[in-house]
Ligand binder design. Structure first.
Ligand SMILES: [Ca+2]
Ligand SMILES: [Ca+2]
Ligand SMILES: [Ca+2]
Length: 294
């Protein structure tokens, strides 16, 4: 009798420890049960959709771009964020925004995550299916979304910095000409990583340092260039002018700001049948406890 109680207590302790370890990584569930989500917009105007109340949004989707947490390329569980874009102007992103507001169906951040100067690192994982016909260096990018002067009341200085493997000619483990296919790739952006910009009140791919090339400014140089900037979101996505089809996925994004790491795992919401089994399991445990007490 006592041994049973001890064993049960032990199991509960193990469960508690596991729960603590997992909680460092927030799971973002799809809106729909398996096989999950496929958000698509056929029109040319950017459209978005909230992923539950997670703070993540399918966003900037246009020209038959597709994005959704589904089971096509599972990573660390049953799902990941699937992307598919046909050739041309198609685009699809998934973005973490603060107090996001919808403007004609596309979402914009209305809040601040942290001062840009406090961003220490950013990492994510991506997958390129070998069926993709876009140029070999293309893969899902990761972006830091910024308000350059830190004043949210002025919006013409909004934009972001983009990390792309093809520009990491020094630090990349793969040849710039070709992104690996059919396998998950993990990359970490640090102060020495090269990033290029869109928006921020300085145009597209601005050259902010003394070298003639526009794509060789490091994250550290950008932080020095915009000392008052604030982070208003993070973004991952594909497309926009890619000549050819892209099919792939992203998952496992995390960022470290002022010593605090925030991580996400995108998963497909358990099916009702699975939830029923889970409920049955709880009922069995409850029954055992009840009998033990009785
Ligand atoms: Ca996952
Ligand atoms: Ca501003
Ligand atoms: Ca330069």
């Amino acid at each position: 009798m006592l041994s049973h109680v001890k064993r049960l207590a032990g199991m509960l302790l193990v469960t508690a420890v596991l729960a603590t370890a997992v909680s460092a990584q927030t799971i973002v569930y799809s809106n729909n049960p398996a096989p999950g989500d496929l958000f698509v917009n056929a029109g040319p105007a950017n459209q978005g959709q909230a992923v539950g109340t997670s703070g993540w949004y399918y966003n900037n989707v246009r020209n038959n771009g597709v994005v959704g947490i589904n089971t096509t390329y599972p990573w660390n569980g049953n799902g990941s964020v699937y992307f598919n874009t046909p050739s041309g102007a198609a685009k699809a992103d998934i973005e973490y925004l603060v107090n996001a507001v919808s403007v004609s169906g596309n979402f914009f951040s209305a809040g601040v995550i942290a001062p840009f100067s406090q961003l220490q690192s950013l990492s994510y994982r991506w997958y390129r299916d070998s069926s993709s016909t876009v140029a070999a260096h293309f893969h899902p990018v990761v972006r830091v979304l910024l308000d350059a002067d830190g004043n949210l009341l002025t919006t013409s200085d909004r934009g972001g910095l983009v990390w792309e493997g093809v520009y990491q000619t020094v630090s990349s483990p793969w040849t710039p000409a070709s992104a690996p296919t059919n396998s998950w790739q993990s990359y970490t952006v640090t102060d020495s990583s090269y990033m290029w910009n869109f928006g921020l009140g300085i145009g597209f791919a601005a050259n902010i340092n003394s070298t003639p090339y526009a794509y060789d400014a490091t994250l550290a140089e950008w932080k020095n260039y915009f000392p008052n900037a604030v982070i208003i979101g993070f973004s991952m996505g594909v497309g926009s002018g890619w000549n050819g089809v892209f099919t792939g996925a992203v998952d496992g994004i995390s960022w470290t700001i002022n010593g605090q790491t925030t991580s996400f795992n995108f998963e497909v919401v358990p099916e009702p049948a699975t939830m029923a089994l889970f409920g049955l399991g709880l009922a069995v445990v409850g029954g055992l406890l009840y009998r033990r007490v009785a």
